[in-house]
Design a protein. Structure first.
Ligand code: ATP
Length: 269
C-alpha cells in the first residue's frame, strides 16, 4: 500500500496571483506554514513556536485547497494530500494504517505539507456514537492525533486540514498542539469577486463586458462558482460562434450556474 500513498504526492504549480481576495487569510497561513519552513531562524530568534496544525474552514469552493497548494508551491515543499472522506469510504479497514504511511512519506519527503481535506469525515463527533463503521473511523482519528502529537511545532513537516463543517469536529482535534490555528475562509465580498472574475477571464476575449455588473449579480457566490460562470459564458460564446464573449453571455451563464446550485442544494436535503 506504500505505492498508493506515494500517489498522494503533488508538486503544485498554483501561485498566489491565482487566488482572488483572501489576502489576510493567505498571510496567516504563510506565517503558520511557509515561514517556519523558509525562515525558521526568525521563530528561533524571537523565541516563539509556530502553530502545530492549521485548520481552514468555510463553504465548499472558496479556495481552501487553492491556498494550501499556493503555500506549498511558495515554500518549495512537497504537497501530500489526503481526503478524509476517501480515508473512510475508499480505504475501508485501512484508515489508521494509511494515516501512518502518510506521515512516514511526509517525513521522508520533508520539507513537506500534509493537507487533509474534508477532515470532518474522520474527525466528527457524530461518528463516535456507536453506529456502524465508527470504531474504524475512531481508530483512524486516534492515529492522526498520535501522529500530530509526535511532531514538534518547528519541524519541516507542516500539517493543514480543511472542512466545511467545523461545528461537527471532535474538540480533541482542536486542542493545543493539534489544529491550534483556525482560519476562516469566507465567501468572497465584492472586491474579492472582482479579483476572482479577473483571474478566470484573463485569457478570454471579451467585448464591452461590464465586470461591475457581474460582480453585483453574483452576491453569495463562491470562487468555484465564479470560475464556472466564466467558463460557461465562454462556452455560450463558442456555441453562437462569436468573436468575443459579451455581457449577455455572462448574464445567461450566471443564471445557469445559479440554477445548478439550487438543484444541488435541493438534492442535499
Ligand atoms: P472544498 O471544500 O469543496 O474542497 P475549497 O475551498 O478547497 O473547496 P478549492 O478547491 O480551493 O475550494 O476551489 C475550487 C476551484 O474554484 C479552484 O480550483 C479555483 O479555480 C476556484 N476558486 C475558488 N476560490 C477561488 C479564489 N479565491 N480565487 C480564485 N479561484 C478560486
Amino acid at each position: 500500500s506504500r505505492i498508493r500513498v506515494m500517489e498522494l504526492e503533488e508538486q503544485p504549480d498554483v501561485t498566489f496571483e491565482q487566488v482572488g481576495g483572501l489576502k489576510e487569510e493567505i498571510e496567516e497561513v504563510r506565517e503558520a506554514v511557509e515561514y517556519p519552513l523558509t525562515k525558521p531562524e526568525i521563530y528561533e530568534r524571537i523565541g516563539v513556536e509556530p502553530p502545530k496544525g492549521i485548520l481552514l474552514y468555510g463553504p465548499p469552493g472558496t479556495g481552501k485547497t487553492l491556498i494550501a497548494k499556493a503555500v506549498a508551491h511558495n515554500s518549495n515543499a512537497r504537497f501530500i494530500r489526503m481526503s478524509g472522506s476517501e480515508l473512510v469510504h475508499k480505504y475501508i479497514g485501512e484508515g489508521a494504517q494509511l494515516v501512518r504511511e502518510l506521515f512516514i512519506l511526509a517525513r521522508e519527503r520533508a520539507p513537506s505539507i500534509v493537507f487533509i481535506d474534508e477532515i470532518d469525515a474522520i474527525g466528527s463527533m457524530r461518528m463516535h456514537d456507536g453506529t456502524s463503521g465508527s470504531a474504524e473511523v475512531q481508530r483512524t482519528l486516534m492515529q492522526l492525533l498520535a501522529e500530530m502529537d509526535g511532531f514538534g511545532n518547528r519541524g519541516n513537516v507542516r500539517i493543514m486540514a480543511a472542512t466545511n463543517r467545523i461545528d461537527m469536529l471532535d474538540p480533541a482535534l482542536l486542542r493545543p498542539g493539534r489544529f491550534d490555528r483556525i482560519i476562516q475562509v469566507p465567501l468572497p465580498d465584492a472586491d474579492s469577486r472582482r479579483e476572482i472574475l479577473k483571474i478566470h477571464t484573463a485569457k478570454m476575449t471579451m467585448k464591452d463586458v461590464d465586470l461591475e455588473a457581474i460582480v453585483s449579480q453574483t452576491e453569495k457566490t463562491t470562487g468555484a462558482e465564479l470560475q464556472a460562470v466564466a467558463r460557461e459564458a465562454g462556452m455560450i460564446a463558442v456555441r453562437r460562434d462569436a468573436e468575443a464573449v459579451e455581457q449577455d453571455d455572462f448574464t445567461a451563464a450566471i443564471k445557469k450556474v445559479k440554477r445548478e446550485e439550487h438543484k444541488a442544494q435541493a438534492q442535499d436535503t
